[in-house]
Design a protein around this ligand. Structure first.
Ligand code: GLC
Length: 418
């Protein structure tokens, strides 16, 4: 096992550029991604705390003036990726995309701060990170909470981090595709077609991008005009937990936290309205089309990460989760295998991803230790047999997508060493 710990560290170091780390060493993702960096930072914290802090510093260097932290930062003018910095054509100090990703950074930072003894310089750096994260979270409340309910919208599937999840199929089917779309996908040159999103999904992704660009990414407008507007359970659960973690950090660093406790309470109350008692499941809500998204996605279970105060609801959801992958060799699949949208190989439509496993594992430590341990063991086994890949088959464990995948390596370190 220790060989693999060394290999995990090496994977991160090999993928490291100046101050940030690529998601993988192949040509698939030649830039810095928001939530990848947070997971990666946790990995570094087990062997190089300075790199861990620097990873987040570099990410937050890309923060926009209004507080938004983009989902991609293009530190190098590499146009081998699509859509690249030229397509997005935005960003401040660092060219970037014009949308965000799950804001898990505050939760990761809180773990790092709790696990480590920081020296004076590190502490000063973390203080600055906390200030920036506060601004990021305020941006969400200001610009993404249409009904002032404490729940925030995503306006592009890429913002969820689970790009082509079946959760978005209906909403995407309602989008009017740009007539003049012309683009070339680069991902298919370095990845298998049957493991990647479909072209019809890409047409929607790029149509949305073009719409946002034509509005100059003006946050005051995007929420109203976007053809995609969803209150996603997974995203809001991560956001709620991140706000709880941010509150702890604000207190620790003696920063102003007024209003945060109230905001957290509001989100917590509002998210409970999305609980469907009959199906014993939380479901996302499509604000654009005014419908509940009753799709059995693993990401609905990220509600456990939010640490809701309602022990009885948590216990019921855990029971449901125990049955989610009852017949799979490895778990957790991103979609319930009994659902007709499940695909064993295709990206976020079925395969196992280590970051969602890790989030669920972390969620269960304080709720059901045995189950948490079982998830940890199964995930470690999967990686031990198949190395650090992007995603895996639940049937065979066979790896898909990119290899030398940074967050898989980083989270392996946390699973094995924490
Ligand atoms: C894909 C994934 C996203 C990830 C990115 C870089 O777009 O869907 O979650 O952040 O690749 O790894």
């Amino acid at each position: 096992m220790s060989d693999l710990v060394d290999a995990a560290k090496k994977t991160l170091l090999d993928n490291r550029r100046s101050g940030y780390t690529l998601p993988t060493n192949n040509k698939l993702y030649p830039a810095q991604w928001n939530w990848d960096s947070a997971f990666i930072s946790l990995g570094y914290s087990y062997f190089n705390l300075d790199y861990a802090i620097e990873e987040l510093e570099t990410l937050l260097k890309g923060q926009w003036d209004d507080g938004m932290v983009p989902h991609i930062l293009f530190h190098e003018a590499d146009d081998s990726y699509f859509p690249n910095h030229i397509t997005w054509s935005c960003g401040k100090e660092v060219p970037s995309s014009g949308i965000t990703q799950p804001p898990i950074a505050a939760s990761i930072l809180n773990i790092i701060v709790k696990n480590n003894q920081l020296n004076k310089i590190q502490n000063e750096k973390v203080f600055k990170l906390v200030c920036k994260l506060k601004k990021y979270h305020e941006w969400f409340f200001k610009n993404r909470d249409k009904n002032k309910s404490g729940l925030v919208s995503i306006i592009h599937p890429w913002e969820s981090g689970y790009d082509n999840s079946p959760l978005w199929d209906f909403a995407l089917s309602k989008i009017t595709i740009d007539q003049n779309l012309s683009y070339e996908r680069r991902d298919l040159k370095v990845s298998n077609n049957d493991e990647r999103p479909l072209s019809k999904d890409y047409d929607c992704y790029i149509t949305l991008l073009n719409q946002f660009k034509s509005e100059n990414y003006n946050p005051n407008k995007l929420l109203d005009i976007s053809m995609f507007n969803i209150i996603d359970i997974g995203f809001n659960s991560i956001f709620l937990k991140a706000n709880k973690d941010l509150l702890e950090l604000l207190k620790l660093y003696e920063l102003d936290y007024s209003g945060f406790k109230e905001k957290i309470d509001k989100t917590e109350n509002s998210i409970l309205d999305l609980y469907n008692e009959k199906e014993n499941m939380f479901f996302s809500f499509d604000l654009k089309n005014n419908v509940q998204i009753k799709i059995p996605s693993l990401t609905n279970f990220l509600i456990l990460f939010a640490d809701l105060k309602h022990d009885n609801v948590n216990a019921k959801i855990i029971k449901n989760l125990e049955e989610f992958n009852i017949n799979e060799k490895y778990f957790f699949t991103t979609m319930n295998p009994n659902h007709n949208s499940f695909e064993e190989k295709r990206y976020w439509r079925g395969p196992i991803w280590i970051n969602t496993n890790w989030i669920i594992y972390r969620s269960l430590i304080n709720k059901n230790k045995n189950f948490a341990e079982k998830i940890k063991k199964n995930t470690i086994q999967l990686i031990n047999h198949n190395n650090f890949h992007e995603y895996y088959s639940s049937k065979t464990g066979l790896p898909f997508g990119a290899n030398n995948f940074s967050w898989t390596a980083a989270l392996y370190l946390d699973l094995v060493l924490s």
